[in-house]
Design a protein around this ligand. Structure first.
Ligand SMILES: NC(=O)c1ccc[n+]([C@@H]2O[C@H](COP(=O)([O-])OP(=O)(O)OC[C@H]3O[C@@H](n4cnc5c(N)ncnc54)[C@H](OP(=O)(O)O)[C@@H]3O)[C@@H](O)[C@H]2O)c1
Length: 258
């Protein structure tokens, strides 16, 4: 099958492209961060400029849409850009995919939930508390209206390309012998990037349709950081607990999304 993945310069996009490369004809897009992936045709594409062109050029059987402004605080500051990339570009791309009959998968987030209760399932109603979450929910709604499927992941970590993630930051600091502050009263389900790639292999094999949460175990940031320290044999006492209210985030965070 011809599989188009947007955002292969991101952590989940890269791992998904690598996982699918020897099974399908994979085309992967990047924007500002050029990338080479063996067995994958990578192309530069700014999705705010005629994203439908990718569909007419490559006629994919499957579209896995992962490109987005993923920085939660940036979205809160640059509302217009975030809306253009996360919602308008998604609508244009996915509508074109629908028109040629491609199967559609949209990568979404635990941040579509308000984080008041925790233990969310695929059947729970989303209610985002920040602009990033709102734009991801709007793109979910577009996906659903077009008969596409939604895969939600959370707190992505792991080695490889993409934005700096919490896991990488913890390892880097501990390697330098520095203390790491980690929030003890916010919970989610940190998800290893390779698991996302492996999940897409299976989802395509079984032609999955619907909504699916693909996530790791339930942990607070503090528990997660301690687990990383333990795994790599660093001093766990270097992890210092703080509260969510101690951090001056631009965008509000859902507190318990696991
Ligand atoms: N980080 C998490 O913990 C997390 C949790 C749940 C879901 N997600 C989802 O994972 C996906 C990747 O996000 P990320 O957090 O890993 O952030 P990221 O590293 O910043 O990745 C964003 C991706 O989108 C691409 N992109 C951004 N603007 C674009 C544009 N105008 N045109 C084309 N491509 C554009 C980027 O390409 P360039 O880098 O080449 O510009 C990059 O490949 C997003 O869908 C996000 O919602 C992330």
């Amino acid at each position: 099958m011809i599989v188009l993945i947007t955002g292969v310069s991101s952590s989940p996009g890269y791992k998904t492209a690598v996982s699918l490369a020897n099974k399908h004809d994979v085309i992967g897009t990047y924007n500002e961060h050029p990338i080479n992936i063996p067995g994958v045709t990578t192309v530069k594409a700014d999705l705010t400029r005629d994203p439908a062109r990718l569909i007419s050029d490559y006629k994919p059987d499957v579209v896995i849409h992962m490109a987005a402004i993923g920085n939660v605080d940036q979205c809160e500051e640059q509302l217009e850009l975030c809306y253009r990339v996360n919602v308008l570009a998604s609508r244009e791309l996915l509508t074109a995919a629908y028109r040629v009959g491609s199967a559609i998968y949209y990568l979404s987030t635990d941040y579509v939930f308000d984080g008041e209760r925790g233990m969310y399932t695929e059947d729970d109603a989303p209610r985002p508390v920040n602009y990033y979450g709102l734009t991801k929910l709007l793109a979910e709604e577009i996906t659903k209206a077009l008969g596409g499927s939604i895969v939600r992941v959370a707190w992505i970590y792991g080695a490889g390309p993409g934005r700096v993630n919490f896991g990488k930051t913890v390892v880097d600091k501990l390697m330098r012998g520095e203390a790491v502050t980690a929030i003890m009263d916010q919970w989610s389900s940190p998800t290893l990037n390779t698991i996302i790639g492996e999940a897409f292999v299976k989802l395509l094999e079984m032609r999955f349709t619907g909504i699916l949460h693909v996530v790791g175990p339930r942990l607070s940031r503090y528990e997660f950081a301690r687990a990383i320290a333990k795994y790599f044999g660093f001093n766990e006492e270097l992890i210092k607990p703080i509260k969510l209210s101690d951090v001056n985030y631009r965008a509000r965070r859902p507190r318990i999304v696991a």
